[in-house]
Each structure stands twice: as structure tokens, then as C-alpha cells.
Design a protein around this ligand. Structure first.
Ligand code: VG1
Ligand code: CO
Length: 544
């Protein structure tokens, strides 16, 4: 099979965001669009000749054809071997694991994560490096720079490969191996958690759980692990069949989009434990009976209970959280005498800390938690971690959280999203906030003194690289915070995220609804950015 060089011209805007390049499907379907990006990626990498590449995606619309395109291009560009998930499927954490386990040079994951799918939905592509984690900024910047100058890409002619059976195929000089997308992952999970204890809990008859796979990639993983290896009753996993359009749903595991699960968990005769994951399997939502666990609290509870979990007992080195994530995990780190780290939003910033053995658990407020077992966030891992803690403690989710707050204090927390705003007013909101920063410190907002107002910048403690403009922070004397960011994953207009937090040490004041507990700060946050005046909006589109 001969290598073909195809002449092309650059597309604008092939700039990876918080997690890869995400665009509407129609954009990706333009001739040469995907090819340009993939070739820009390969042109930015060095030393992969003869090496292994991992390829898989979340199964959304366009996944299958994109996988075939990438296989041809990987072969034409000289990779020695490509490991591809059966049916073109690999969850994001499973891809991370496969890259690590088989010593791959890197991997390509096709996903727009929690964004809706289908012909009218979104598609995405991200590149992970040899440690299994998202490409750092220097790589994504190089890809973007190359995409602006690209004039040719390499591919092979030939029919599509059959990817629905485990097999090995030859594509030019390259071996393409179709692997089981679930097996390695399930085996790793079994090595980290107390499966016998979880099995006993799930088969006891006294404990019921529901897992909502949202018709996305975790269906087969959850079926195999929860209903297979852990023998949870059939039907424990709902919406288990991955669909190209996620059944028309929005595969974002939060109180708004995982409606059916939330209705069940807050309804009569609710199960004891509920959980959901997103399009590509890296997010998790955890619920108890009539109880929602914020992702920030979830990270803190996991850290505080690590000694109950075989894979983590006595081996936490440090805890890292993204900047907008609440300080709940910091409190635990303080009490346990562990270092804590505050990174910009996006999993790529945890990679160095994990590689250097400085952090063991990491989390983001956006329903992402994980550890050093892979280099991505991991939805099902978090669910199994929780099940392990529940099995070991024999208490309800609510009891565990209430005890945690009594011990460490409660961080009331909320995130308000204003989705699909026109770009200019959204930019104006951010400029309005940063415009106040020179005069804000020392003044009083919502009855609290502002101690610091800045545009968050991060210097990686391992390689010294610096990332600026990572969100606007207003910090108060009593530890409260307001943070403003523009999303880097949306595909339509701009999405403004406002994150609000307040610490409450007094156990008698820890039982409020967060929206009430934070009402004065929420009002102050809206006023400070002139939200209504600039966007015409007051109420957010999504509250998490
Ligand atoms: C969002 C979240 C961020 C997360 C990112 C990717 O980014 O806020 O915490 O890492 O999505 O998650 P943004 O820029 O829209 O705020 V996923 O599950 O979409 O890969
Ligand atoms: Co995701």
C-alpha cells in the first residue's frame, strides 16, 4: 500500500481548548478538516516511527469514520502498531490506561465528552502523551501553530478495516490490533478496590444502587464491572447501551442533565447510592438517598477515607485540585499532614504532579476525580472508590458527609453556568471584573473584606512552565471566594462560569441549602460583573 500525500490548506480555529479540539459534527465533516488536525499533530511529534499509537473514542456519531481516517494516517506516517478499541470504543480513562500499560508513544481519543452528540451535536479529538495524560500546553500550541501552516497530509488508499472483532490486521507496514476496550480496565479496578467487600454489599439485599451510563461509553464498562464481576442485580446499570446520539440526551452527569437518575434518587423508595458518568467516561456524579455530593466534597471524602481502600491505604502523597474546586480537599490534606496543590482547570495540569509522585488524588469541581492509576479523570473509578468506602463504613452517604463536615468544616459551594452567551458581552463581563481588581482589595463585598483579586496564574512546580489567564479570583478574609471563568470546551458562543464558595466551621450551621447559604455572595458576584446589564441574564442556565 502506497503512501499518498494529499495537498491541503489550513482551517482557522484548530486550537485545542481545555480538553482537545471540539467542534460541531458538521465542522469535522468538512473534507480534510480532521486530516489536517491529525497531520498537524503528527508533524508536531518527534520519534514515533515504529512506535505504538492508541486510538479509540466514546462511540458518538462520526466516531467510526474518524477512527478509519486516523488508522490510515497513522500507518502512512510511520507508526509501527496501532491499538484500537473494538468498535472504535475506548473510554478516556481506559485509553489512558492502555497507553501506559502497553508503553505506547501516545493516543488519540475521539470525544467531545459531555457535549451532546449526533449529526447536529459535537465531535472532538484530543491527544494524550506517553504518560497517558492529556497533552500539555506546549504540545497543543505546537499542533495549533502547525495547523495554521499545513499544506499536505499523508494517508493510505484502501478499504476500511473491520473493527468489530478482536483481531490483528496489516495496514501497509503497520500492525493494527483490535483490543477489548474493557478487559484491562476492569482488571486494574479489581486490583485497586476491595471487590469481595463491594460484592457482599451489592448482593446483600440491604443495599441498592443505580448507575446511569447515559447511553454513553461507560455502559459496557459498568455492565462488566458492576453487574458482572461485582454481581450487582441486573438492571443496576441504566441507559447501558452506548448510542451515537446518547439517546438524544446530554451526557453530562449533573443534577440538570441526569434527570431520570436524580428523580429516582430523590423520589420515594430511593436506592442507597446513585452515580452517573459522562460521554467519554471520565466524569462522575455521586448521590446518596435524597442526597447530592458535590464533586469538591467527594474528593475530600475520598482523601479522608483512603485508608479504607486497598489501593490507597497509607500511600497518599498529596492532593491536587483545580483552582475553582472548593478548598474542602485542602482541609483534609492539612489535617492528614499532606501537601495540597492548586492547578488551573483541565486535567493536563495534574500530569506532572502525578508523574513526580507529588500528588496521589486529584479532583475538579466539574465532576472529575481520579488518582495516579491513570493520567485522566476516571468516572467509574470514583464510583468504585465510593462503593469501597460505603462497604467499609456501613454508613449512608448522608451520614458520611455530615460526619465529614463536623470534622473538617463544610465548604458551601455552587457553580452557576451561563451557557451560549454572545462572545462580546461575555468578554465584557470578564473585563468588567478584572477592571475592578486594582481597587477591590480592602473593600467590602457581601459584608466581607476582599483580601486578594487576581487573574490566576500557575507555575508548574515540576517543569517550571507558567500558565496565565486561568480565571479571575476574588478572595475574602473569611476564606470565601468568587471565581469567574470562560469555558474552554463549548462550541456555541461563550459560556460564563461563576464559582462561589464559603467555609462554615460551625456544625449547627452546616445543614443549609447551598443556594441559600451562598445567597449574599451570589448576589455580589452578579453585581460585580454587571451580569444583567451586560448579558441581559440573571438566572444561570445550569447550577451545579
Ligand atoms: C470543563 C470543566 C473542566 C474539565 C473540562 C474537560 O472545562 O470545567 O474542569 O476539565 O471541562 O472535561 P471548561 O473549560 O468548559 O470549564 V470533559 O469530561 O469535558 O473532558
Ligand atoms: Co468527559
Amino acid at each position: 500500500m502506497k503512501r499518498i500525500s494529499v495537498t491541503t490548506t489550513p482551517f482557522e480555529g484548530q486550537k485545542p481548548g481545555t480538553s482537545g479540539l471540539r467542534k460541531q459534527v458538521q465542522v469535522f465533516q468538512q473534507p480534510h478538516y480532521l486530516e489536517n488536525f491529525v497531520q498537524s499533530l503528527f508533524d508536531s511529534l518527534e520519534g514515533f516511527a515504529g512506535q505504538t499509537l492508541v486510538v479509540g473514542g466514546d462511540g458518538r456519531y462520526h466516531n467510526r469514520s474518524a477512527v478509519q481516517t486516523i488508522l490510515r494516517m497513522a500507518a502512512a506516517n510511520g507508526f509501527g502498531r496501532v491499538l484500537v478499541g473494538r468498535g472504535g470504543i475506548l473510554s478516556t480513562p481506559a485509553a489512558s490506561l492502555v497507553i501506559r500499560k502497553y508503553g505506547a508513544f501516545g493516543g488519540i481519543v475521539l470525544s467531545a465528552s459531555h457535549n451532546p452528540g449526533g449529526p447536529e451535536g459535537d465531535f472532538g479529538i484530543k491527544y494524550n502523551i506517553g504518560n497517558g495524560g492529556p497533552a500539555p500546553e506546549r504540545v497543543t500550541e505546537a499542533i495549533y501553530a502547525r495547523s495554521q501552516a499545513i499544506d499536505r497530509y499523508f494517508t493510505l488508499a484502501g478499504a476500511d478495516l473491520p473493527l468489530d472483532q478482536l483481531a490483528s490486521h496489516q495496514l501497509g507496514e503497520t500492525e493494527v490490533v483490535v483490543i477489548d476496550p474493557v478487559a484491562d480496565y476492569a482488571e486494574l479496578m479489581e486490583s485497586l478496590f476491595d471487590f469481595p467487600a463491594i460484592r457482599a454489599l451489592l448482593t446483600s439485599g440491604a443495599f441498592r444502587m443505580r448507575f446511569d451510563a447515559m447511553h454513553a461509553v461507560t455502559g459496557p464498562y459498568a455492565k462488566e464491572i458492576l453487574e458482572g464481576r461485582l454481581q450487582a442485580p441486573a438492571g443496576t446499570v441504566m441507559n447501558a447501551i452506548p448510542l451515537e446520539d446518547f439517546g438524544g440526551g446530554h451526557p453530562d452527569p449533573n443534577l440538570t442533565y441526569a434527570e431520570a437518575l436524580v428523580a429516582e434518587m430523590f423520589g420515594p423508595d430511593a436506592p442507597d447510592f446513585g452515580a452517573a458518568s459522562d460521554g467519554d467516561g471520565d466524569r462522575n456524579m455521586v448521590l446518596g438517598r435524597h442526597f447530592f455530593v458535590t464533586p469538591s466534597d467527594s474528593l475530600a471524602v475520598m482523601a479522608a477515607n483512603a485508608d479504607l481502600v486497598p489501593g490507597y491505604r497509607g500511600r497518599l502523597k498529596g492532593i491536587a485540585r483545580s483552582m475553582p474546586t472548593s478548598g474542602a480537599a485542602d482541609k483534609v490534606a492539612e489535617v492528614l499532614g499532606l501537601p495540597s496543590f492548586e492547578t488551573p482547570t483541565g486535567w493536563k495540569f495534574f500530569g506532572n504532579l502525578l508523574d513526580a509522585g507529588m500528588a496521589t488524588l486529584c479532583g475538579e469541581e466539574s465532576f472529575g476525580t481520579s488518582s495516579d492509576h491513570v493520567r485522566e479523570k476516571d468516572g467509574l473509578w470514583a464510583v468504585l472508590y465510593w462503593l469501597n468506602v460505603l462497604a467499609a463504613r456501613g454508613e449512608s452517604v448522608a451520614t458520611i458527609l455530615e460526619g465529614h463536615w463536623r470534622r473538617f468544616g463544610r465548604h458551601y459551594y455552587t457553580r452557576h453556568d451561563y451557557e451560549a452567551l454572545p462572545a462580546e458581552p461575555a468578554k465584557g463581563v470578564m473585563e468588567q471584573v478584572s477592571g475592578t481588581f486594582a481597587s477591590l482589595p480592602g473593600t467590602t463585598l457581601a459584608g466581607r473584606r476582599v483580601t486578594l483579586a487576581d487573574d490566576f496564574a500557575y507555575t508548574d512546580p515540576v517543569d517550571g512552565s507558567t500558565s496565565t489567564h486561568q480565571g479571575l479570583r476574588v478572595l475574602f478574609e473569611d476564606g470565601s471566594r468568587i471565581v469567574y471563568r470562560l469555558s474552554g470546551t463549548g462550541t456555541v458562543g461563550a459560556t460564563l462560569r461563576i464559582y462561589i464558595e464559603r467555609y462554615e466551621a460551625d456544625p449547627t450551621l452546616q445543614g443549609l441549602d447551598p443556594q441559600e447559604a451562598l445567597a449574599d455572595l451570589i448576589a455580589a458576584a452578579r453585581a460585580l460583573c454587571q451580569l444583567e446589564q451586560r448579558t441581559g441574564q440573571v438566572e444561570p442556565t445550569v447550577i451545579t
